[in-house]
Ligand binder design. Structure first.
Ligand SMILES: Nc1nc2c(ncn2[C@@H]2O[C@H](COP(=O)(O)OP(=O)(O)OP(=O)(O)O)[C@@H](O)[C@H]2O)c(=O)[nH]1
Ligand SMILES: [Mg+2]
Length: 460
C-alpha cells in the first residue's frame, strides 16, 4: 500500500499587488517538486540540503525552459513544521499573474490544489494542534482588532484546551472514586461520600457556567458591539458619528431630516470592534423616503446591543424626544446630551428613561465628552472585565458543547439526589467528559472537521 502523503499547494498570501507572494507546498513530494522547477544560484539541490534553510535562485518553467521569476525558497523538513510534513515556501515577486503561473506549474509538476484550511487540517490530523487551536488560527486570520487577535492567540497557545483538560481530569477523578467506592463495599456508595461528590460536581458545573458567561464578551470581541445612534432630527447624530470615528462618513447639514438610511461603520475602541449605526432622525416624516428611514431607525434601535440616545442640550426636551423614549429606547442606553458648547436649556428632570447606563454631555464642535463617551461604550462592551487575562468563549460550537456538559452534570446532581446507582452517575460523567472532549477534538467526527476547516481561506 502506498502510504505517501499527497502534496498540496496554494497561494498563501492575500490576492492583490504586494511586495512578495508566497506559494506554499506541503507533503512528501514538496521538496522534489520544488527541485524540479528551481535552479539555485549556488547550484545546490533542495533535496540534499539541511532543513530550515533559505535558497536564492530562479524558477524555471520546465517545458519551455523560460524563467518564471526570481525567487527565494524556504525548505522546512518534517516533522518540525506547521503541518508536520515537508514544507516548501516559494517567495515570488508578487503580482497575480506571476503567482498563478507558479501555482499552475507546481500543480503540473505533481502537487494538488489545497482545500480551504487544508494546511491547518493536516496540522491537526498530524497531532501538532488540537481543534480549539485550529479554530483560533481561523479567528486570528479574521481578527478585526488587536484584542480579537490576542484572544485568538491565547487560544492558539492552548489556554482553552488546558482549562477543558483540567475540568476533564476533575471528572475522571470523581469517576475513579465512584468506582472504587463500589469495588470496596458490598453496598452502593456510602451516603456521606455521595454528599461530597455532589458538592464537587456542583463546583465543576459552576466552573463551566463561568466559562459560558464569557460568551457575550466573546461575541463582542469577535463580532463587535452593534451600537445604534438614535434621536430626533437635527440633534447631531451624524456629527457625533463623524467625531467618534474622526472622519466625514455621514452627511451633516443644518436641516432636519438629512440622514435617510442607516450608515454603518466599524470603529476600534480600546481593541473592541464597535459597529456604529447612524440613523435617520425620528420625527413625523416629510416624505416616503424619510418614512422608510424612520422605520429603519426604530428597527436598528431595537436590534442593537446598545443605543446611544442623543438629545440636543441647547433646547428643551420635546414631545418627539419623549415619544422616542417610550417607543424606541427600550434596551440599554447611554444618554448623550449633545451640543454642550451652546448655552444649555435642557432639563433632564422632565424625562425618565429606564435602563440608562450613563449620561454624557458631548460637543461635536469642540470634542468635549467624546473620550468619556468612548470609555462608557467600552465599559459597557466588556463589563469592565479584563479581556486580556481571561479564557473567553468566542465560538458557538464551544458554547454548545459546554452547555451539553453542564446539562449532563445537572442530570448527575439530580440522579444523586434521587439515589441512583453508581452506573447511572458515571454515565453522566462520561457524557459530560465527552462533550468537553469534543471541544478539543479528542473524539473527532468527519463532519465536525469539515465544518471547521471549510471556514478557512485557501492557503492556511
Ligand atoms: N453647536 C453645535 N452644533 C452641532 C453639534 N453637533 C451637530 N451640530 C449641528 O447640528 C446640525 C445637525 O447636525 P447633524 O449631525 O446633521 O444632525 P442629525 O441628528 O444627524 O440630523 P438628521 O440626520 O437630520 O436626523 C448641523 O448644523 C450641525 O453642525 C454640536 O455638538 N454643537
Ligand atoms: Mg443625520
Amino acid at each position: 500500500m502506498d502510504n505517501s502523503v499527497d502534496t498540496i499547494t496554494a497561494i498563501s498570501t492575500p490576492v492583490g499587488f504586494g511586495g512578495i507572494g508566497i506559494v506554499k507546498l506541503s507533503g512528501d513530494s514538496a521538496v522534489s517538486i520544488a527541485d524540479s522547477l528551481f535552479k539555485s544560484k549556488s547550484g545546490k539541490k533542495l533535496s540534499v540540503s539541511n532543513s530550515h534553510k533559505v535558497f536564492y535562485g530562479h524558477l524555471i518553467e520546465p517545458s519551455s525552459g523560460n524563467v518564471m521569476d526570481e525567487v527565494i525558497i524556504t525548505v522546512m523538513k518534517a516533522p518540525k513544521t506547521y503541518t508536520c510534513e515537508d514544507i516548501v515556501e516559494i517567495n515570488c515577486h508578487s503580482g497575480t499573474v506571476v503567482l498563478k503561473q507558479v501555482l499552475e506549474t507546481v500543480v503540473k509538476a505533481g502537487a494538488r490544489m489545497a482545500e480551504p484550511g487544508e494546511f491547518t487540517k493536516r496540522a491537526y490530523l498530524n497531532g501538532r494542534i488540537d481543534l480549539t487551536q485550529a479554530e483560533a488560527i481561523s479567528n486570528l486570520i479574521n481578527s478585526r482588532t488587536k484584542t480579537a487577535a490576542r484572544v485568538a492567540l491565547a487560544q492558539i497557545g492552548g489556554r482553552l484546551s488546558e482549562k477543558i483538560k483540567d475540568i476533564q481530569s476533575q471528572l475522571l477523578t470523581i469517576h475513579a472514586e465512584l468506582e472504587a467506592a463500589v469495588d470496596f463495599s458490598d453496598e452502593d456508595i456510602e451516603a456521606a461520600d455521595v454528599g461530597i461528590i455532589k458538592t464537587r460536581v456542583s463546583d465543576i458545573a459552576a466552573e463551566i457556567n463561568r466559562l459560558l458567561e464569557t460568551k457575550r464578551l466573546g461575541k463582542v470581541v469577535t463580532a463587535g458591539l452593534s451600537t445604534a445612534i438614535i434621536g430626533r432630527a437635527n440633534v447631531g447624530k451624524s456629527s457625533l458619528l463623524n467625531t467618534l470615528i474622526d472622519d466625514d462618513r455621514s452627511i451633516v447639514t443644518s436641516l432636519p431630516g438629512t440622514t435617510r438610511d442607516v450608515i454603518e461603520t466599524v470603529m476600534d475602541i480600546g481593541g473592541i470592534p464597535i459597529k456604529l449605526c447612524d440613523t435617520a432622525g425620528i420625527r413625523i416624516p416629510g416624505d416616503e423616503a424619510e418614512a422608510a428611514g424612520v422605520a429603519l431607525s426604530k428597527k436598528t434601535a431595537l436590534e442593537a446591543d446598545l443605543v446611544l440616545f442623543v438629545l440636543d442640550g441647547s433646547m428643551l426636551v420635546s414631545e418627539e424626544d419623549k415619544q422616542i423614549i417610550s417607543q424606541v429606547v427600550q434596551g440599554r442606553a447611554i444618554v448623550v446630551i449633545n451640543k454642550s458648547d451652546l448655552p444649555q436649556k435642557i432639563d433632564l428632570e422632565e424625562i425618565s428613561i429606564q435602563n440608562v447606563i450613563k449620561k454624557v454631555s458631548t460637543s461635536s464642535i469642540n470634542g468635549d465628552g467624546i473620550e468619556e463617551l468612548k470609555r462608557s461604550i467600552k465599559e459597557y462592551a466588556t463589563f469592565g472585565s479584563n479581556i486580556e487575562d481571561d479564557v473567553i468563549i468566542a465560538n458557538v460550537r464551544h458554547e454548545y458543547q459546554l452547555e451539553q456538559a453542564l446539562e449532563s452534570l445537572r442530570e448527575m446532581e439530580r440522579a444523586i439526589e434521587e439515589g441512583y446507582s453508581e452506573e447511572i452517575l458515571t454515565e453522566s460523567l462520561k457524557m459530560a467528559s465527552k462533550s468537553l472532549g469534543d471541544i478539543v477534538g479528542a473524539t473527532s467526527y468527519d463532519d465536525l472537521l469539515d465544518e471547521i476547516f471549510s471556514k478557512f481561506c485557501i492557503g492556511k
